[in-house]
Every structure is written in C-alpha cells, then in structure tokens.
Design a binder for this molecule. Structure first.
Ligand SMILES: NC(=O)c1ccc[n+]([C@@H]2O[C@H](COP(=O)([O-])OP(=O)(O)OC[C@H]3O[C@@H](n4cnc5c(N)ncnc54)[C@H](OP(=O)(O)O)[C@@H]3O)[C@@H](O)[C@H]2O)c1
Length: 247
C-alpha cells in the first residue's frame, strides 16, 4: 500500500517534493498558511494521489511529514499533531526573510536544532535544503543506476534517518548521513555542498554578483554522487550562518 507524505508549505519546495513523491509511488497531503481551498488547482493538477488539507490534517495524515515553510514559521509547526512523527526539515535561515535570530548568528544552534527544540516530541531530519527546486526536479535517477545523485541528511535519531533515506530513494536520490542535527551546518548555506555543487557545470571565470546568479539559474544540474557529498561534508568549514555565500 502507498505511504503518505504530509507536506506543510506548498511553495516551490513543497510542490517539487510532492511531484517527486507522487512519481515515487507516495500519496501526498499538501497544506499551507491560507488553507486547502487555495490549493485546489494544484491538487487537481497533481492528480488522484494528491489532496489538500489544513496544516494539522497534513501532519496527522503523513507517515512522514515535510516542513517546507520559511524558517521563521517553524514555531507554528503543530507540535501535538507532529508528536511521534519524522519531520523532514527543508528550511534554511535567510536573514532577509526570517530576521536575525541570535542563536543562529552565534552558531550556538543550527536551524534544524531550533526546529527540533520546537518539535521536542518529533524526530527531525534535515534534507532537501541544499539544492534548488529546479535541480531537485532535474536530478532524480532510478535506484539501480550507477551515477545516482546524492543528498546529505542529518538527524539525531538513527531510525528516523533510515526512513528519511528510504523516502529520498523513492524520490530518486541516494542519502548521505552527515551526522546529528548539530552537524547539519555542513550542508547549509555558505558551504561547498550548498546549491552550486549541483549546477553540473563549472562556473565561468570572471562572473560577479548578479552574473553568478544568472549563470546558476540557467544551469542544467549535474551529477553529485554519494562519495562527493561525503567528502565535501567532511571537509566543510563553518562560516557565518547569516551569510548565504561568503566571498
Ligand atoms: N526555493 C528553493 O529552491 C529552496 C531550496 C531548498 C530549501 N529551501 C527552503 O525551504 C523552505 C521553503 O522554501 P520555498 O522556496 O518553498 O518557499 P515558498 O515558495 O515561499 O513557500 C512557502 C510555503 O510555506 C507556506 N507557509 C508559510 N508560513 C506558513 C505557516 N505558518 N504554516 C503553514 N504554511 C506556511 C506558504 O503558504 P502560503 O503561500 O499560504 O502563505 C507557502 O506555501 C524555506 O525555508 C527555504 O529556505 C528553498
């Protein structure tokens, strides 16, 4: 029988994960801040394996639940309905959107550690945060291909990471366990595992500022196997959490 993925946040990430999950045989229950009626067109387009619900209903319905909301909204994730659940945390700290969060600015906590603190009775696994939705949509590969792409995951609970890894595999990716949530910065913004690594092309020399973004948004996405993810995670150097890309 198909399993069900609850999805809280039906923007770029929530929708991309929903499409991959449906392709991988899962049912999805999508939710957002405005309520299920605002998702009618989306679930019609996604077909019979998708339905829209309230946030609380999506949390209850999910065998696993994806949190794909702005980080600042993590405090509204429903603790009671998510108790006992595995919550896949896709969120990144973005000062422009979330404002300054001193515990993150000081590197005292990771953003996923903050989410786990809020969801004390859930098992949080960080995943999908280090890849753009265009590349996430472009890079799934079947289970048996040699050049399958990999995504890093982190979490405090081994069994939860195993289940998250199985979900990623159904969606078309290998998972590389980078450690507990305290290590999740190793694939956060401002690291070598963040976004650019999935471009599939070397960045041309001489690009600056907006030119880098323009080039990056046109890239097709390319192979990042498990060994490369593991190596880059191991070599990562922690930078400032409030900066996306250090020079
Ligand atoms: N975009 C990317 O390529 C990318 C890649 C990796 C990770 N991320 C991270 O993933 C998260 C989601 O990013 P996104 O680009 O998908 O954002 P987005 O397109 O802006 O979508 C955000 C979604 O969250 C919902 N939402 C906001 N507050 C909520 C609340 N309190 N309760 C329930 N739903 C709420 C919004 O619903 P309404 O529209 O109804 O308000 C919307 O559906 C962010 O933390 C981001 O940093 C993004």
């Amino acid at each position: 029988m198909s399993r069900t993925l609850g999805i809280i946040g039906a923007g770029a990430v929530g929708q991309t994960v929903a499409r991959l999950a449906i392709a991988g045989g899962w049912n999805v229950v999508l939710s957002n801040s405005r309520g299920p009626r605002s998702l009618t067109d989306l679930v019609t387009e996604l077909g019979p394996k998708a339905r829209a619900a309230t946030v609380a209903e999506a949390a209850i319905a999910g065998d696993l639940v994806v949190a794909a909301v702005p980080l600042i909204a993590h405090a509204q994730l429903p603790k009671r309905e998510l108790a006992g659940k595995i919550v896949i945390d896709t969120m990144n700290y973005t000062v422009e959107r979330d404002g300054h969060l001193p515990e993150l600015d000081s590197n005292e906590l990771t953003s996923s550690g903050m989410t786990q603190r809020h969801l004390a009775d859930s098992r949080v696994v960080k995943a999908f945060n280090n890849i753009t939705t265009d590349h996430l949509a472009a890079l799934p590969r079947p289970k048996d291909v040699a050049d399958r792409n990999a995504l890093p995951i982190a979490g405090d609970d081994t069994e939860a990471k195993k289940e998250a890894g199985a979900l990623l595999s159904d969606l078309g990716f290998d998972a590389v366990d980078v450690g507990d949530l305290g290590q999740s910065w190793r694939f956060g913004p401002n690291t070598a595992l963040y976004a650019l690594v999935y471009a599939g092309e070397e960045m041309p020399e001489g690009l600056y500022g907006p030119e880098v973004l323009q080039w990056f948004l046109g890239t097709p996405g390319g192979p990042v196997p498990a060994g490369q993810v593991a190596r880059l995670a191991a070599e990562a150097v922690r930078g400032r959490a409030d900066v996306f890309f250090d020079d």
